[in-house]
Design a protein around this ligand. Structure first.
Ligand code: DGJ
Length: 677
């Protein structure tokens, strides 16, 4: 890679970044924002026109790629580490910056603290997503205790105003939280051991005329903060949250952070579109390309633990008749699993429910032309299980502390090779013996006392290792990432999986907000969206089949109810929903996604391109206005003409005045195709 001694400039299609290379220092952040013209560089060094303010060190330390402690940087450092209380400062003595195309690697060495940090930045010109990861090497003699290593330190401009992050809980994922950016530090931290329902590892920052987004590709503890900088800018750090003693690097050992995906775009929709493109490019699909997302039938809410082979075969018959393409047998199929108190870990079929194993049901399903999928929760064990009785020490624990169960279960130590081997053998056995095309991989609790030494990080890496091993051995099997719904939705696990179970809450009204938040970070084809029963099990609310179909349409569509119990009319309506999804899925799951709010509580989203859109309009509460104003579609080309249904419009009219919509009742929706002529 050619070495640089002045500027690092990376250009995307619509964004640029500029770092100032200073000999013997970490490069200084000069710019990240909308695309600069080629050659538009700062007129000189940052310090050349910054006089020393009063009561300030004579050494001026601006925001750098890895802000260090002890050198006049008083903001949050990008690295916090020490060797038994020494070597806690990080002051770069040597900087080697190399760049090839849109990828730069900056290696920073501190010869005094004997620490090296290397940051890799790659700006993809197709998606405008910047991928950043950092490695830390202990070049000293003693053990280096690491408290914090930012995966990325990103600059935000002085005109950044607010940050939208996402909170929530089980059954209520992706609750948007808007905070103003002030001089107080903004911080979101998750210590639940997996991505969590409570704290999405990413956010979107609104600035004047543009928006910034970042997300951490990691399925464990994480932290992000936005910190005001003395020159009026902000720094945004994202990384893995480490527990005390969790990372102790022996001499020569290296810590590699998860990747951060970051982007700058015109607005939050642009941020989402860039993220979708980047995640699509990272996906590892069986056969190298995504095939149309098959309609699911999931047995959970229809059957729970009450598995009856004959009834499940009837369900499969009804599913095939309704046009369903994949039948997923959820929890309840394995050894003595009759409720959620026992058996996790005992991954063989229950011989009372399935006296001849799962083969007859699986073959019945595949014989009907559907794929057969199976639910598993490999990382867990119930104290009441054969596995726990044989290996109680395999559960994560701290001697002398009580074992805290959640949903009656404990967490296996995925850092141990024998645990992973056991799980591999069980799962590989099932995958080899049965015609399984799909695994739903669940994780139904947060981690508490995760190991004598905190093992949160090992847990994530161990799970990734097991997933990678299974993917390599069974490359045609797709996997769904689930953690009590949306507890493990992140770009890290997306490397190994092909669908997210967005929420255990299938109530269509609740789902509207959950799905809108999800789409800020991840593409619609990975978003499991089901038509559930009425009343909805999570909320008790009742919605029409049409509305349930409408809300499930944009994602990876599925059905989660006992089809045998549906009225003729609902079955017919569901069939219409399935047929519409099949007709539109190719266009719903390609191209871009725009979301917006019309007047009077109207919500809309559009999937596709500026010349071919599927427009989904959703109304939750009844209209309060007698006549609805036009719904403006800003992404259309004002110079073209469009067909919407039977009518023709000038593009400029739809952009500026908007589309006239018929009156909509509460809990209803409209799907329109908007096509350029
Ligand atoms: C939680 C999941 O989110 C549900 O869909 C279901 O698979 C249950 N676990 C099964 O225990």
């Amino acid at each position: 890679m050619p070495q640089l001694d002045s500027w690092i400039v990376l250009n995307g299609g619509a964004s640029s970044l500029v770092l100032e290379v200073v000999p013997g220092e970490a490069p200084l952040w000069r710019y990240w924002g909308p695309r600069l013209r080629d050659g538009a560089l700062p007129p000189g060094a940052l310090r050349s026109d910054r006089p020393t303010p009063s009561f300030s060190p004579e050494f001026d330390q601006p925001l750098s790629l890895v802000p260090g402690l002890g050198q006049g940087w008083f903001g949050e450092p990008g690295l916090k580490a020490h060797r038994e209380g020494r070597d806690w400062t990080f002051q770069v003595t040597d900087c080697v910056a190399a760049q090839e195309g849109q990828r730069a690697v900056i290696t920073l060495t501190d010869r005094v603290a004997k620490i090296a940090v290397a940051v890799t930045l790659a700006l993809d010109p197709m998606s405008d997503v910047l991928t950043v990861a950092t490695t830390l090497t202990n070049q000293g003699e003693g053990v280096l205790e690491v408290q914090w290593l930012a995966a990325a330190v990103l600059p935000l401009p002085d005109h950044a105003r607010s940050v939208r992050s996402f909170s929530g809980r089980h059954n209520t994922e992706f609750v948007a939280v808007d905070d103003a950016l002030t001089r107080s530090q903004w911080r979101r931290e998750n210590r639940r051991g997996l991505t969590s329902h409570d704290c999405v590892p990413g956010a979107v920052v609104q600035a004047a005329g543009c928006a910034y987004g970042a997300q951490l590709a990691w399925s464990g503890n994480h932290c992000q903060l936005i910190d005001w900088v003395d020159d009026g800018r902000w720094q945004w750090q994202l990384g893995e949250a480490l527990m005390p003693g969790e990372v102790r690097l022996a001499p020569g050992q290296v810590l590699t952070t998860p990747e951060v995906l970051a982007t700058c775009a015109a607005d939050a929709n642009g941020v989402a579109q860039n993220f979708h493109a980047a995640i699509r490019a990272r996906m590892d699909w069986p056969g190298a390309a995504m095939r149309p997302r098959p309609v699911h039938l999931n047995t959970w809410e229809g059957f729970y633990f009450d598995h009856d082979e004959a009834a499940l075969k009837e369900l499969a018959d009804a599913a095939a008749k309704a046009g369903i393409e994949r039948f997923v047998l959820d929890d309840g199929w394995f050894h003595r699993r009759n409720d959620d108190t026992t058996s996790l870990g005992d991954w063989w079929p229950d011989d009372a429910k399935y006296p001849n194993g799962l083969g007859p049901l699986a073959e019945h399903v595949t014989g009907l032309g559907m794929e057969f999928g199976l639910w598993v929760e490999p990382e867990m064990v119930n104290p009441d299980s054969e596995l726990y009785r044989a290996h109680p020490d395999w559960a994560l624990q701290v001697a002398g502390r009580s074992l805290i169960t959640a949903r009656n279960q404990l967490v296996l130590d995925m850092g141990r090779a024998e645990v992973r081997d056991y799980l591999y053998e069980r799962l590989a056995g099932l995958l080899s013996e049965l015609p399984i095309g799909y695994l739903k991989w669940d994780h139904n609790r947060d981690l508490t006392a995760a190991g004598e030494r905190p093992s949160f990080r090992r847990q994530v890496l161990g799970t990734h290792d097991l997933l990678a091993r299974l993917r390599a051995a069974f490359p045609l099997v797709e996997i769904e990432a689930c953690a009590g719904g949306g507890g493990r939705i992140d770009a890290g696990i997306a490397r190994f999986t092909h669908r997210f179970w967005t929420s255990d809450n299938i109530d269509a009204i609740s789902r509207v907000g959950i799905q809108r938040g999800y789409l800020q970070f991840f593409p619609p084809e990975l978003m499991g969206s089901h038509v559930g029963a009425a009343p909805a099990h999570a909320t008790g609310r009742i919605q029409t089949m049409r509305f349930r179909n409408h809300v499930a349409l944009p994602g990876h569509f599925g059905v989660e109810l006992d089809l045998r119990k549906l009225s003729e009319r609902d079955l017919e309506r569901l069939g219409e929903g399935i047929a519409r999804y099949k007709a539109l899925r190719g266009r719903l799951h390609a191209g871009q996604v725009w979301q917006g709010e019309g007047a009077d509580g109207l919500l809309w989203q559009a999937h596709g391109t500026a010349t071919d859109l599927i427009l989904m309009v959703t109304r939750i509460d009844p209209q309060t206005q007698r006549h609805a104003p036009g719904l403006r579609l800003p992404m259309l080309d004002p110079a073209r003409r469009y067909r919407v249904g039977e009518a023709e419009y000038a593009g400029a009219w739809l952009v500026q005045h908007g589309l006239s919509l018929p009156p909509l009742r509460g809990e209803s929706g409209l799907v329109l195709e908007v096509t350029a002529l």
